[in-house]
Design a binder for this molecule. Structure first.
Ligand code: FAD
Ligand code: SF4
Length: 810
C-alpha cells in the first residue's frame, strides 16, 4: 500500500480523507495534527463559545471513523519539517516516510505587533483551546475587549457577551464587517449589537496593550483607554505556510498549488487556508471543500481541476440575520437597488453591473440569499423582472407566490448549502438515488451539516423532491410555533440570557403571536429552571391543575392532598383532615397510591379555605397535581420491620424534605425500601433507593403508569448523606436536560444511562455542582403554594363564575 502522510487534522483535510476513502484509492494514511484532538467543525466554535453547542456536537470524525478507515492518528504532534528529497516528515519523535504528502496546515491568526501583545490574557480565536481559555475568563465575569469587528471578532464578542462578560469591540474601519457590508448594513448590525449591550468603537486604532503581569487595558491611538480583563485579537489570518517554504516548495503568500492542488513538488499536495491558487487565498470553508474533492481525485489518479466558487458570508450570531456575497464597491458603471424598512431593521441592497447582479447585501431578512447568489453566479440578465427583483422569488413577476413554488423555480445548479457546496441538483439526485428522508439526504450530501443556516431551505428542497408524501419532520421543532427543538430552545435561553416568554418568542422568531398549549408551559418551565432567582412564574402558561394547585376531577370539583412526609402522619393531622372533610362536606376520603390521604370532591371556591385549615394544622400542599416532586413512598424499615437494614422511613422523609416544592419537566416519584424485599416498590419509581447491607442502591428511570418500566441501577453509595446528594444531582440533571413532559426514563433513553452515570456518579465535581444548583433553586421555590393562596394570592382563580340564571329578564 502507498503511504500517505497528511499534516493538519483540520476541516479541509478531514473532507479530503472522506473523498479519498470513498474512492478506495489504496492508501495507508498517517494523520498529524498539532492540536491534541481530531477533526472538528471549526466554524462551529462560536456556538461552543456562546454555550449553544458542546464540543462533542461539533466533532466531525471520531475514533471509530479513524479506526474504521485504518488511519494512524498522531494528534498533539506538530510536524517540524519536511524533507521532500528523502520523502520524510520530521516531528519531535522522529521521521515518518511518505509516498504522497498533503499539507493542510490552515492559517495562523495575526497578532498586531503592538507593545503588550505578548501579555498573558491576550489571545487569538482559532481553535478549541482559545475557546476554552475565553470561557475560563468569562466564568469569572469581568470585561473583554475584542480587537477586530469582522466575522470572527463579532462572533467572539457575541459569545463572550452570552457568557456574561462586558464586551467592547474595537474596530479600525468606519463600520463593522466593512469587507462584506456597506455602511448602512454595518450601521444596522452595530445598532443590534449595542442593543445587546456590546459596546462598539469604530475608527479605533489600537496603540498599546497595558498591564504588568497580565493585560489590564487597551490604549487607543486617540488616547482613549479601555480597561479589560482579557483581549481577543481577531484581526485576520495568514496562511500557515512555513513548512512548505522551509521544504523549498514554491510559496508566495501561501503554498502555491496548481488546479489539481499539487505543489511545485509532484508528490506533495496542499489544500485549505495554507494555499495560494492563481494568486488567491481562501478564508471560508466552501472553496476548501471543493479543493478537498479535487485533492482526493488527484491522489486517486483521476483528473480534476479546482475552480474557486463565489462565496457568501453569514454571521453566526443567534438572532442576527445577515447575508453578503459578491462585490459592492461603487463604480461609474454600477447601479443599485435598495430596500429599507427602518422600523423592522430590514435592509437589502443589490449592486448591478450591465443588468447583472454583482453584489448582494441583506440584513434582517435573508431567506432569499440563495436565490440572489444563484443569479449572481450565473450572471443572469435581470432586466426583465427588475421592478420586483429586490422582493425576491416570492414576488418575481409581481404577485406573491407559494414559497414552495419559489423553491421549485430554482435551477438545478442553485446553491442550497454554501459551506458544503451542495446544489439543488445534488439533493434531487440523492432523492432519485433512493434517499427517502431529510436525514438520509443530509447524511448523503452533507447539506446543512456545517453552519446550519441553510437547514430550512434544505428541508424545503427535500420536501419538493420527495413530493406530497413527505412532511418536513414535525419533531424538528418544539411545536408548530417554532422550528427550534426543545434542546435548542433550552440552550439558547441560557446562552442569550432570555428571561421572559415574549422575549424568547421574539428573539427565536416564533411563528405564532403568543405560542400554544404545547410551547407555553414548556417555555415557562425552561425559564424557571434556567433563572430560578430572577424568573417570575407565568401562571397563565400552566395547565389548570398547576394553576389552581389541586387536581381537577371529572365533575369539576377538586381534590386536596396534604403532604405527609415519607407517608407518616399523626393523630393531630388525621383529626385536622377529618375536621376539614366534615366542614367542607368532602364526599370521599381516599388513601392514594403514594401513601397520602386524598380529599376528593372539594368545590373550587372552597379551596383557599380548606387549605388555610390544613395549613393551620401544620400541613402543606402535597403537590399531587404538579410537574414536580410528588411523594416519597417508604416502607416501615428498621423502625418496625424484622428485615430492614436501614432507616428507610427516616431517609424517605429526609429526601422529601430536601426535594419538595421543586418543579421539573414531568412528575417525579420516589420510594425508599429498607431491604431488598422492596416493600415500597422502589424499582418502578423515577428515583428509588433500596437499602442493602453495604449501603444504598440508587435506582433511576422507573415508571408504573401507562408504560411500565423497571429502574436501572445508577450506583450504590455508603451513606445517607450521599444518597441525598446523588438524588438531588440526578434530579437537577433531569431538570436541566429533559424535554418538557418527558418522564426521567424517556430522557434517559435519549441521553443514555452512561451520560447520567458520568455526570452524577463518575465526576464528583459535576455531581456537587448539580446538587448545589438544585439547592440554590430550592431557596426560591420551596414554599407552600397553598399558604400563599390561602392568604389571597391569585384570588380571582377561585371566585365562582357569575350566576347568569339570576340576571333579571327584561
Ligand atoms: C471561530 C471560527 C469561525 C469560523 N466561521 C466560519 C464560517 O462561519 N464559515 C466559513 O466558511 N468559515 C469559517 N471559519 C473559517 C474556517 O474554519 C476555515 O476556513 C477552515 O477551518 C480552514 O480549514 P483548513 O483545513 O485549511 O485549516 P484548519 O481547519 O485551521 O486546520 C488546520 C490544522 O492544521 C494543524 N496544523 C498546523 N500546523 C501544523 C503542523 N506543523 N503539524 C501538525 N498540524 C498542524 C492546526 O493545528 C489545525 O488543526 C471560521 C474559523 C474560525 C476560527
Ligand atoms: S422492604 Fe424490607 S425493611 Fe422495608 S418493610 Fe419490606 S421487608 Fe421490611
Amino acid at each position: 500500500m502507498k503511504r500517505l502522510v497528511v499534516i493538519g487534522a483540520g476541516m479541509a483535510s478531514g473532507r479530503m480523507l472522506e473523498h479519498l476513502f470513498e474512492r478506495e484509492a489504496g492508501y495507508e494514511v498517517t494523520l498529524f495534527g498539532a492540536e491534541p484532538r481530531g477533526n472538528y467543525n471549526r466554524i462551529m466554535l462560536s456556538p461552543v463559545l456562546s454555550g449553544e453547542k458542546s464540543y462533542d456536537e461539533i466533532v466531525t470524525h471520531d475514533a471509530d471513523w479513524y479506526a474504521g478507515n485504518g488511519v494512524t492518528c498522531r494528534f498533539g504532534e506538530r510536524v517540524e519539517g519536511v524533507d521532500p528529497d528523502r520523502k520524510v516528515v520530521v516531528t519531535a519523535s522522529g521521521e515518518t516516510a511518505y509516498d504522497k504528502l498533503v499539507i493542510a496546515t490552515g492559517s495562523d491568526p495575526f497578532i498586531i505587533p503592538v507593545p503588550g501583545a505578548d501579555l498573558p490574557g491576550v489571545m487569538a480565536y482559532r481553535d478549541l483551546d482559545d475557546v476554552e481559555r475565553m470561557q475560563g475568563y468569562a466564568a469569572k465575569g469581568g470585561r473583554a475587549v475584542v480587537i477586530g469587528g469582522g466575522l470572527l471578532g463579532l462572533e467572539a464578542a457575541a459569545g463572550l457577551k452570552a457568557r456574561g462578560m462586558d464586551v467592547t469591540v474595537v474596530h479600525l474601519a468606519g463600520h463593522l464587517m466593512e469587507r462584506q457590508l456597506d455602511p448602512a448594513a454595518g450601521y444596522l448590525l452595530e445598532r443590534e449589537l449595542r442593543s445587546r449591550g456590546i459596546e462598539v468603537l469604530t475608527e479605533a486604532n489600537t496603540a498599546e496593550l497595558r498591564g504588568t503581569d497580565h493585560v489590564e487595558a487597551v490604549l487607543l491611538k486617540d488616547g482613549r483607554i479601555i480597561e479589560t480583563d482579557m483581549v481577543c485579537m481577531a484581526v485576520g489570518i495568514r496562511p500557515a505556510c512555513a513548512l512548505g517554504r522551509e521544504a523549498g516548495l514554491a510559496v508566495n503568500r501561501g503554498i502555491v498549488v496548481d488546479d489539481a492542488m499539487v505543489t511545485s513538488d509532484p508528490d506533495v499536495l496542499a489544500l485549505g487556508e495554507c494555499v495560494e491558487h492563481r494568486g488567491q487565498l481562501f478564508g471560508l470553508v466552501a472553496p476548501l471543500y471543493d479543493q478537498a474533492k479535487v485533492a482526493a481525485a488527484t491522489l486517486a489518479g483521476e483528473a480534476a481541476a479546482f475552480d474557486p466558487p463565489q462565496v457568501s458570508t453569514k454571521l453566526k450570531v443567534t438572532g442576527v440575520d445577515l447575508f453578503s456575497a459578491g462585490d459592492f464597491a461603487e463604480g461609474e458603471d454600477r447601479e443599485e437597488i435598495v430596500f429599507r424598512d427602518a422600523a423592522r431593521g430590514v435592509y437589502k441592497r443589490l449592486v448591478l453591473e450591465e443588468d447583472r447582479i454583482v453584489g448582494v447585501v441583506m440584513y434582517g431578512e435573508t431567506a432569499d440569499g440563495a436565490w440572489f447568489l444563484d443569479k449572481l453566479r450565473s450572471r443572469e440578465d435581470i432586466s426583465d423582472g427588475r421592478d420586483t427583483l429586490i422582493f425576491g422569488p416570492n414576488f418575481a413577476g409581481g404577485a406573491p407566490v407559494d414559497p414552495m413554488a419559489a423553491v421549485a423555480a430554482l435551477p438545478d445548479d442553485a446553491e442550497i448549502c454554501g459551506c458544503n457546496g451542495v446544489s439543488k441538483g445534488t439533493i434531487m439526485a440523492a432523492i432519485a438515488g433512493g434517499a427517502g428522508s431529510l436525514a438520509e439526504v443530509t447524511a448523503l450530501t452533507k447539506a446543512s451539516t456545517s453552519c446550519g443556516s441553510c437547514a430550512g431551505l434544505t428541508a424545503q428542497v427535500v420536501a419538493l423532491g420527495l413530493g406530497d408524501g413527505f412532511v418536513i419532520p414535525a419533531e424538528a421543532g418544539m411545536c408548530g410555533c417554532t422550528d427550534h427543538t426543545h434542546e435548542d430552545v433550552r440552550r439558547l435561553i441560557v446562552a442569550d440570557g432570555m428571561k421572559a416568554i415574549p422575549e424568547v418568542m421574539q428573539k427565536l422568531h416564533w411563528k405564532s403571536s403568543g405560542g400554544c398549549a404545547k410551547c407555553r408551559p414548556a417555555l415557562n418551565y425552561y425559564l424557571l429552571c434556567a433563572w430560578p432567582e430572577e424568573y417570575a412564574d407565568h401562571a397563565q402558561s400552566r395547565f389548570i391543575n398547576e394553576r389552581v394547585h389541586a387536581n381537577i376531577q371529572k365533575d369539576g370539583t377538586y381534590s386536596v392532598v396534604p403532604r405527609m412526609w415519607g407517608g407518616i402522619t399523626t393523630p393531630d393531622e388525621l383529626r385536622a383532615i377529618a375536621d376539614a372533610a366534615d366542614k367542607y362536606a368532602v364526599p370521599t376520603v381516599k388513601v392514594t397510591g403514594g401513601q397520602r390521604i386524598d380529599l376528593l370532591g372539594v368545590q373550587k371556591e372552597d379551596l383557599p379555605a380548606i387549605w388555610a385549615d390544613l395549613n393551620a394544622a401544620g400541613m402543606v400542599s402535597g403537590h399531587a397535581y404538579a410537574k414536580g416532586l410528588r411523594t416519597v413512598k417508604t416502607c416501615v424499615g428498621t423502625d418496625h420491620c424484622r428485615f430492614g437494614t436501614q432507616d428507610s422511613t427516616g431517609l424517605g422523609i429526609r429526601i422529601e424534605k430536601a426535594l419538595w416544592g421543586a418543579w421539573s419537566p414531568h412528575k417525579f416519584k420516589l420510594a425508599v425500601s429498607g431491604c431488598p424485599r422492596n416493600c415500597a416498590e422502589a424499582t418502578c419509581k423515577d428515583f428509588g433507593v433500596v437499602c442493602v447491607s453495604e449501603g444504598y442502591q440508587l435506582h433511576v428511570g422507573g415508571a408504573a403508569g401507562m408504560e411500565v418500566k423497571p429502574t436501572q441501577l445508577l450506583c450504590t453509595v455508603a451513606t445517607e448523606d450521599e444518597a441525598v446528594e446523588y438524588c438531588a444531582a440526578f434530579y437537577q440533571l433531569y431538570r436541566e436536560g429533559a424535554r418538557y413532559l418527558d418522564r426521567p426514563w424517556k430522557w434517559i433513553d435519549r441521553v443514555g444511562l452512561d451520560h447520567v452515570k458520568e455526570k452524577v456518579v463518575e465526576d464528583a465535581e459535576s455531581r456537587e455542582a448539580l446538587a448545589a444548583r438544585f439547592f440554590h433553586s430550592q431557596t426560591f421555590f420551596q414554599h407552600d403554594p397553598w399558604a400563599e393562596r390561602a392568604n389571597g394570592k391569585d384570588a380571582h382563580e377561585f371566585m365562582p363564575m357569575a350566576d347568569l340564571t339570576r340576571v333579571a329578564a327584561e
